[in-house]
Design a protein around this ligand. Structure first.
Ligand code: OAD
Length: 248
């Protein structure tokens, strides 16, 4: 393991361009439940049942209650050493892009700034009628936030069956093509198109390094698969990057 960590660290250090794709696993040690893990159920519901336009049309209150529950967990969570290592990587690298499927905002709170949020942000609501946005961080308003004209706002996140924001796809794609090293961290790699960025990077010549506690469908394509917790492994890949989280 030590040899493989040293090798991955050297690849990262020497790469002219690095990109990372993160998923819920990187926030697990901050206490944010993953989607498909054993703690992925809320009441009796699975994420795949609630994070859909159909679920919201049927029962907006139920969906918002789930998002309010998750917002409370995330507001009380802190970025961990994995988030901090990636923020450190951005500070030290020539070209680094952080592509995340997470909607928890913990990367930004750890100090990362070049972040492509593929699936939106849980602390933002969007009006489906006029597209206006509302920042929900810090306040605990009514369970269902309302548009200026009284419609129900929706969480500004991407649901199953919905398209990803075009700007985010374009940024993620070009970063994946440029990358000499592509890190895949804490994602089950079953949700598309997010997982496809790892494949794009690999096909464009990147070395693929996976950090996960388990095997995933991407493990076979990985040049190095590092088994373990993101908060333990990432600081070893980016030595010297750790520092206390900004503003926490
Ligand atoms: P998942 O819950 O599907 O997968 C979490 C991954 O993290 C699994 O592969 C775990 O093995 C791994 N993991 C757990 N703890 C870890 C740790 N401490 N260190 C490293 N890895 C760990 O979450 P995502 O892959 O992020 O989409 O799910 C992708 C998308 O599906 C989410 O963005 C969300 C969801 O439905 C939308 O909401 C659109």
């Amino acid at each position: 393991m030590l040899d493989r960590l040293t090798l991955a660290a050297a690849w990262i250090r020497e790469a002219p361009s690095v990109a990372a794709l993160t998923g819920a696993g990187i926030s697990a040690e901050s206490g944010v439940p993953t989607f498909r893990g054993k703690d992925g159920l809320w009441r009796t519901h699975r994420a795949e049942e609630l994070a859909t336009p159909g679920a919201f049309a049927r029962d907006p209150l139920l969906v918002w209650e789930w998002y309010r529950y998750r917002q409370r967990i995330i507001a009380g969570a802190r970025p961990n050493a994995g988030h901090e290592a990636l923020a450190g990587l951005e500070r030290g690298a020539r070209d680094f892009t952080l592509i995340t499927q997470n909607v928890d905002g913990l990367h930004a709170r750890a100090g990362s700034s070049r972040i492509v949020e593929l699936h939106g942000n849980i602390f933002r609501a969007r009006c489906p009628v006029d597209g206006s946005l509302r920042d929900l961080a810090g306040d605990e308003p009514e369970t269902i936030p309302l548009c200026p004209r009284g419609h129900a706002m929706r969480p500004d996140v991407v649901w199953f069956g919905e398209a990803l924001p075009e700007g985010a796809i374009a940024l993620a794609e070009s970063a994946s093509r440029r990358a000499a090293v592509f890190l895949v961290v804490g994602t089950s790699a079953v949700v598309y198109p997010a997982a496809s960025f790892a494949t794009i990077a690999k096909q464009s010549g990147a070395r693929l390094v996976e950090v996960n506690v388990e095997e995933t469908p991407l493990t076979g394509a990985a040049d190095l698969a590092l088994r373990g917790k993101a908060a333990e492994i990432l600081p070893l890949l980016v030595p010297g990057a750790a520092r206390s989280a900004v503003g926490e």
